[in-house]
Design a protein around this ligand. Structure first.
Ligand code: FES
Length: 105
């Protein structure tokens, strides 16, 4: 069963920004890439690096893991470069009454 998790007002996550949210033991990074919002688990599939703290490229819509440099596509959660080769979890983003929310199962 999925639950809805509040993130923040839409105005607080402008293009190029990231917001970290916690849900139980799960940490999720929410990103604004040129007006499109994406959410991925904040745990690199290579060695559990803090992915959301990495370098965001809003134009390519990618994040670079700060630990060993794997680059992930925020739209799909799939790595584009080694050393990671498995995807990270992604979460649907909902906007309701100007509030950003996530669907987490
Ligand atoms: S932990 Fe992310 S690339 Fe190694």
């Amino acid at each position: 069963m999925s639950v809805t998790v509040d993130v923040c007002p839409l105005s607080e996550l402008p293009p190029g920004a990231m917001r970290l949210v916690e849900h139980g033991s799960l940490e999720i990074g929410v990103f604004n890439c040129g007006g499109e919002l994406y959410a991925i688990e904040d745990r690199c599939s290579h060695d559990d690096g803090p992915l959301a703290e990495g370098l965001l490229d809003p134009e390519a819509c990618t994040i670079e893991c700060p630990r060993h440099g794997a680059i992930f596509d925020l739209r799909t959660g799939r790595p584009r470069t080694l050393p990671a080769y498995e995807p990270v979890d992604t979460f649907p983003v909902i906007i309701e009454d100007d509030l950003i929310k996530l669907e987490v199962s």
